[in-house]
Design a protein around this ligand. Structure first.
Ligand code: GAR
Length: 193
C-alpha cells in the first residue's frame, strides 16, 4: 500500500464480532505519529459485541450489520465505506466470511489476523486442534484476505511455545498478547515502513 499524501493517514475500518482487544490495540497504534492509518469506522456483525464500546470510548463511528442476508449487508457495507472514504479494512476477530465480490472491491486492502501459524489450522477452534495434535508451537498470522478462507498472502507471523501444562484458555491468552503487537507491525510492513 502507498501511504496517503501529506499529513493524511489511510482511512481504515476495523471489522469485529467480539471482545475487540485487537481493535483496541489498533486504535492505540493508529493514534501514534508513526502509524500510516487512522481508524475511522468500526463494523460489527453482533449488536452486543463488547468491542463496540471502544468505538464509543474513542469516538469512532460504528455500525452493526447482522449479515443474515449477506448480499444485502455487504451492499450496505460498501456504501458506508464509500461515503466515509474508507480505503483499507482490518479484520480483527470478525467471524463472518466476506464474499468474493466484496473482497474484489477492496483487492489487496483487506488484512486479517488469525490465531495460528497459517497454513496450519485455518478456520475455527485453532487452539483446541493445536493442543490435540500435540504441537510444540503455535502462534498468530497477519495476512491479506483473498476469496479462500485464511489463505491469502502472509504478511507476518509470531511463534509461541506451547508449554506442557497449556490449556486452550492459556494458549489463547498467550497468543492474543502477541497479536496485539503483531498487527501494528504488519501494517507498518504493508506500507513499507
Ligand atoms: C483473536 O484471537 C483473533 O485472532 C481471532 O479471534 C480473536 C479475537 O479477539 N480471530 C479469528 O479466529 C478469525 N478467524 P479480539 O476480539 O479480542 O480481538
Amino acid at each position: 500500500m502507498v501511504p496517503s499524501t501529506g499529513y493524511n493517514k489511510t482511512r481504515t475500518a476495523v471489522f469485529i464480532s467480539g471482545t475487540g482487544s485487537n481493535l483496541k490495540s489498533l486504535i492505540k497504534f493508529s493514534r501514534t505519529a508513526k502509524s500510516p492509518i487512522s481508524i475511522d469506522f468500526v463494523i460489527s456483525n453482533k449488536p452486543k459485541a463488547k468491542g463496540l464500546n471502544y468505538a464509543k470510548k474513542f469516538k469512532i463511528k460504528k455500525k452493526v450489520l447482522n449479515f443474515k442476508n449477506k448480499n444485502l449487508s455487504e451492499k450496505r457495507l460498501l456504501s458506508i465505506l464509500k461515503i466515509n472514504n474508507i480505503d483499507m479494512i482490518c479484520l480483527a476477530g470478525f467471524m463472518k466470511i466476506l464474499s468474493g465480490n466484496f473482497i474484489k472491491k477492496f483487492k489487496g486492502k483487506i488484512l486479517n489476523i488469525h490465531p495460528s501459524l497459517l497454513p496450519k489450522y485455518k478456520g475455527l477452534n485453532t487452539h483446541e486442534r493445536a493442543l490435540k495434535n500435540k504441537e510444540k508451537y503455535s502462534g498468530c498470522t497477519v495476512h491479506f484476505v483473498n476469496s479462500r478462507l485464511d489463505s491469502g498472502k502472509i504478511i507476518l507471523q509470531k511463534k509461541v511455545k506451547i508449554s506442557k501444562k497449556e490449556t486452550e484458555t492459556s494458549l489463547a491468552k498467550k497468543i492474543l498478547a502477541q497479536e496485539h503487537k503483531l498487527y501494528p507491525r504488519a501494517i507498518l510492513k504493508v506500507f513499507n515502513l
